[in-house]
Design a protein around this ligand. Sequence first.
Ligand SMILES: Cc1cc2nc3c(=O)[nH]c(=O)nc-3n(C[C@H](O)[C@H](O)[C@H](O)COP(=O)(O)OP(=O)(O)OC[C@H]3O[C@@H](n4cnc5c(N)ncnc54)[C@H](O)[C@@H]3O)c2cc1C
Length: 346
Amino acid sequence: MNVRPATERATSDLTIVGAGPAGLFAAYYAGFRGLSVTLVDAQSHVGGQISALYPAKNIHDVAGFPNVSGAELVRRLLDQASVYGPQIVLGRQVVDLAHDEPGSDLAVTLDDGTTIPSHAVILATGVGGIRVRTLPVGDEWRGRGVAYLVPDPEAHRDEDVVIVGGGDSALDWALQLQPIARAVTVIHRRRTFRAHAASLSRAADVGIELLTECEVGAVRGDKRVTSVLIRNASGSRREIPADTVVGALGMISAPSPFAAWGIEVQDRHLPVDSTMSTNVSGVFAIGDVSTYRGKIALIATGFGEAATAVNNVAVRISPCEPLAPGHSTDEAVAPLESARRGVVTA
Ligand SMILES: Cc1cc2nc3c(=O)[nH]c(=O)nc-3n(C[C@H](O)[C@H](O)[C@H](O)COP(=O)(O)OP(=O)(O)OC[C@H]3O[C@@H](n4cnc5c(N)ncnc54)[C@H](O)[C@@H]3O)c2cc1C
């Protein structure tokens, strides 16, 4: 464990909580504005929801990238953030945020007791701690055929794959695995799917079996899963072969800590003004966790919010600084190799 002990106070201009796409881009942008940055994430890797839930999926709605895999986008965001050498602390949850009078300094506390003081804090905490909803089959099958992510579709070549869920993730994974796997079956407990109609019709076209009003009763196997028992709404049972059962049942959000930190919360989100400031002076919120009239929670909107927040942080810290940053084309940036430093993991 490399994180500094609580007694050592690592001051930076800005602490960013959450290393998802919004937090990573904010880290780059803060460096560009000449701010020193500490970026903290509870997960052991950067990339937020993208790394945790869909690294192999292709993303099509990020400006400048007609088609980029989640993993590749995260890699590029980390490269970009690393240019100015932020301190990145992984595997540590922020459990407290102390703030005194307006204009005075802030400090976040990590789950090991370390405090990190800074002049401003950006909360880029997304949907909070990311925990997948699990299948009712016993945790002992996890890693032995039961999975909740498909980080490497190629690993399922020639397998019988059963995917449980009715949303976009279930259908996206089914479509990704269909050309690789021997057979793909999607099981959904409701009569209708929530996934995009286009994905459903493509799934039907390519021969993915879609079973509605069905639930997983149990998985069977020895060292690994070999089949899954499903039962339908009328109680009849069927056993289908399965090398892998993928649960795509969504996420469970951890309780929101923000109200206890004195931050106004609206339906688990943080209302912000046009500078991305919360009701607490010096504390900003960007990405999925922030809310305002017309808010759309997307990677692309998180990037814009990151730039807005950081430019306003820069002026807060140095009131004589202009709000507009100038053009990045005028900056001479350090080579990536020399700048990629300061990543510490718990
Ligand atoms: C299956 C799926 C497909 C998607 N496809 C697209 C798409 O095609 N296009 C698109 O634009 N969007 C897509 N999205 C949505 C997109 O992933 C989110 O909008 C985006 O990840 C939000 O980024 P963020 O940085 O705000 O938060 P997140 O990605 O949620 O990252 C937040 C980070 O904060 C950390 N964190 C939270 N609380 C703490 C704490 N107290 N201490 C330390 N760390 C903390 C978490 O560990 C996490 O890593 C998709 C989402 C899903 C689930």
